[in-house]
Design a protein around this ligand. Sequence first.
Ligand code: MSP
Length: 657
Amino acid sequence: MNDKKFYITTPIYYPSGKLHIGHAYCTVATDAMARYKRLCGYDVMFLTGTDEHGQKIEDKAKEAGVTPQQFVDNIVAAPGGVLDLWKLMNISYDRFIRTTDDYHVEAIQKIFKAMYDKGDIYKGSYKGKYCKPCESFWTESQLVDGKCPDCGREVMDAEEEAYFFRASKYASRVRDLLLNTGFLEPKSRVNEMVNNFIDCEGGLQDLCVSRTSFTWGVPVDFDPGHVVYVWLDALFNYMTALGYQNSRYDDLDRFWPADVHFIGKEIVRFHAIYWPAFLMSLDLPLPKKVYGHGWLNFNGDKMSKSKGNVVDPHLLSQRYGVDALRFFLLRSFPFGSDGNFTNELLIQTINTDLANDLGNLVSRTTAMAEKYFSGKLPEAKESAELDGELIALASGLRGRYEGQMEKFQFQNALEEVFKVIQRANKYIDENAPWALAKDLEANSSRLAAVLYNLLETVRICAVLLTPFMPESCERIFAQIGAEKSARTWDSAAQWGVLSAAVSVVKGENLFPRIDLAKELAELEAIQEEARKAALPALEIEPLAEEQVDFDTFCKSDFRAVKVKDCQSVKKSDKLLKFTLDDGTGADRQILSGIAKWYRPEELIGKTLVAIVNLPPRKMMGQESQGMLISAVHTEKGEEVLHLLMVDGAIPAGAKLC
Ligand code: MSP
């Protein structure tokens, strides 16, 4: 049996809505790592899944008029759902867990009971604040400006009987784990955890681990009415999916403890403090590492459904190909820090790295091998002087790449590969194969050497790019005639692996160049549409809280007024000028900023409502004697206005009261 094994996980996703590029970021990184380890010869277990319980899901299901199970099924397993997205993105997970799976639910009940029996879970009552979107409890002092410190949203009062986990008992062991081992990375996240949650006033607080105010969760079997807190339920997925406390799987001995949990920075608290404390309570081995990656923002702003600025991985994969998108995510942002996603950066990265550098290298090399030698190279003659640098650089690439991959520094690993690709493109220009080809008879063996060196360089780079762009690398291997044995990890550290009599076929362009300006305009239009669609259909202004006394109200003189004339105001795209019959016999002039919604001619003859005892006001040099009353609301982010019109039977001047 292979003694090299590797267990890696992504967070399990909340199926409360469609997943976006931020979710895909972590999963693509995990996939690249899993593929890399498989390439290195490891027996890999790559787990992902969905975290399906909790109040947020229960509420959303209610809103949608379906059961919570139907709601999550629809997001996870229906066409276009989570499973489809991972298939589209070529995510090679070995196991997918849903926390509503029976085996997991039963295991969580046993785990909860075991912690209770041990005395680490006790009954108390919870009074404090709760952030529903984050499913997080907070004390008053933890709030930032009265809002959730994780997401900045409103919190609600929560008071209920609840079970608590004695996190405080494990505070010093967790503290030691964080400060004195490599458990949590990047290191920059360690102090934040220790200072804010352990060395803070009052120390590490016990954690509320059951709820009674809703039912969509794993029931506490020995106390009906309580459901297990969603984070305790979710964190143990990493073990139940291997068979802990259930008989569905039997991989615990082989794969636990996990080698690494990849997670986003805002859930480091749960993974670096409570997760080890839960495991300590059950005397279970701790995962070897938790890596908290940064967030992807969009145009400098946090991606959020309510802002309508979430980036859709389906759309981008369709337009640029899955491999280009996978590559972009890991090439452009350092994994441990936040990254700013922009459409421009995406397109420029594809054009520069994939179309110009890699695509050109492969197409020039294969085209020349085909053109000059019909795809079969004759005997080659190397030149230490001309070829040595490229050969040394490419032969040593695997070591440099491995150093970065082992630290999860995907961006740096790719940088190493692209240095070699750029060097190879320069090598083409230095050796000018087209010039050698002018006298093919005399230069045949030199030209063959140049092309062979290029093919070998492409091969080594393609082996190392496989975890990032599996399908494109397959196509490269097919074009350069690399057999299975020339695609292995071992072969990536060897020079001269391609057989001398390779069979090269120039294939289709791997990464077509994108027209930046055209593409940006199209993407922005699509994203703007999506932004609008995400806005609430209808918004009305909240009712005023301040009361107005009756006498003040009665002072306002509202009258029916008939439009005698209406015209646009020169140099103003907002104002219309009304000449009105207010029943007094004299014309009344009112200016109103409603040109966006009405053409002047359509209003002539209509009876409107005006307040007529406002002090006169000058607008664009003209006097306005009152104000027309209209109804306003917001639709899909756009202000909509309707003038209040009354029945023509109401005479001009009639008082409204
Ligand atoms: N269900 C929990 C995880 C439980 S793990 C035991 C959860 N789910 S989530 O769907 O809200 O988020 C899943 C992951 O996506 C988190 O790691 C989160 O950091 C990540 N991301 C969500 N938006 C993101 C970005 N904009 N950028 C990068 N990652 C982000 O949390």
